[in-house]
Design a binder for this molecule. Structure first.
Ligand code: PRP
Ligand code: ZN
Length: 303
């Protein structure tokens, strides 16, 4: 084989997502909302893009940063925890960054936290001095301990970290906490946040400069349209003219009220709200004179 073999021309984007687990379903739904569709292969590890030349690779979340680093995939949807862990591990080994978060996606929120047995009284990071801490995030934990100036032994475990204190292999753990149920079930309590995480779209440090570049920027634009609209709500209601000023005050965080023609002195009004509207807020608006309140989700928009 010749060493000067040119890199193969790639005109399809390849995105790695989690095959099973917390991020799998929302990641797929998000990409579908961006207009992507796939013909699934029999083993479902590779999904061939139909509507656009964008293929999916279904893998373990831990493998996603490496697939991007190796150029096997252009993009990945993965927890910031996993991305930062592998980036910190590369740095600790003297390797340059190979992947980066491109967009936060607004789902998969969780935190990497230090947790201790429930009966402990936690006074702060200094209390970890001289302890053993079990974790699947050794690089992030090591980095955090250094920042805190705390010396502790990092015990790396690939799973079931939460049983380490009971087994006597560590005193503390450092693990992902979402609902907190896993910690409670193991008589542990979270005491210190090491990293707040959510799902991100990750890409290579060097963006592609061939046909994939155009695809990537189109996908990012669509993604922004979907993600930024996710929480926006279109609010519609009717109100008598003399109630409009008070209602506008209750909707100070929304866009200015748009008045549409109504019947008599009852106006039809609408506005765009930046976030979801609680029942409590709708009831407040009703008391202030809003009738027939209706909240609609925004499906997509182009900025
Ligand atoms: C995390 C973590 C805990 C659990 C915590 O695992 O390791 O087991 O979630 O969630 P809870 O606070 O809602 O109980 P995850 O499902 O992310 O899988 P992974 O770490 O093996 O990828
Ligand atoms: Zn995992």
């Amino acid at each position: 084989m010749s060493a000067s073999k040119a890199a193969p021309v790639r005109d399809r984007l390849r995105i790695a997502i989690q095959k099973n687990g917390r991020l799998a379903e929302p990641a797929r739904n998000l990409l579908a909302a961006c207009g992507l569709s796939w013909r699934e292969s029999r083993d479902k590890l590779f999904c061939y893009g139909e509507s656009l030349p964008v293929d999916l690779l279904l893998v373990r979340d831990d493998d996603i940063p490496g697939l991007i680093a190796d150029g096997v995939c252009d993009l990945g949807i993965v927890g910031r925890n996993e991305l930062d862990e592998q980036d910190a591990a590369r740095r600790q080994r003297g390797l340059p960054s190979a992947f980066q978060p491109l967009r936060a996606l607004g789902f998969g929120q969780c935190s990497l936290m230090l947790a201790v047995p429930e009966e402990w009284e936690w006074q702060g990071p200094a209390q970890a001095e001289g302890t053993r801490i079990a974790t699947s995030y050794p690089a992030l934990l090591t980095q955090w301990l250094q920042q805190q100036g705390v010396q502790a032994e990092v015990v790396e475990l690939s799973g079931s970290v939460e049983i380490a204190p009971r087994l006597g292999t560590a005193e503390l753990i450092c693990d992902l906490v979402s609902s907190g149920a896993t910690l409670r079930a193991n008589q542990l309590k979270p005491v210190q946040t090491v990293l707040d995480s959510e799902a991100v779209l990750a890409g290579a440090v060097l963006a592609p400069d061939d046909a994939r570049a155009g695809l990537l920027s189109m996908l990012l634009r669509r993604l922004d349209g979907v993600v930024q609209q996710q929480d926006r709500k279109l609010l519609m209601f009717r109100a008598e003219e003399n109630r409009v000023a008070a209602l506008a005050q209750l909707l100070a965080d929304a866009e200015p009220l748009v008045r549409l023609p109504g019947e008599g002195d009852v106006l039809q009004l609408q506005t765009m709200c930046p976030g979801p509207l609680s029942w409590q807020r709708m009831e407040e608006l009703e008391r202030a004179g809003a009738q027939g309140l209706m909240v609609l989700s925004v499906e997509r928009s182009l900025a």
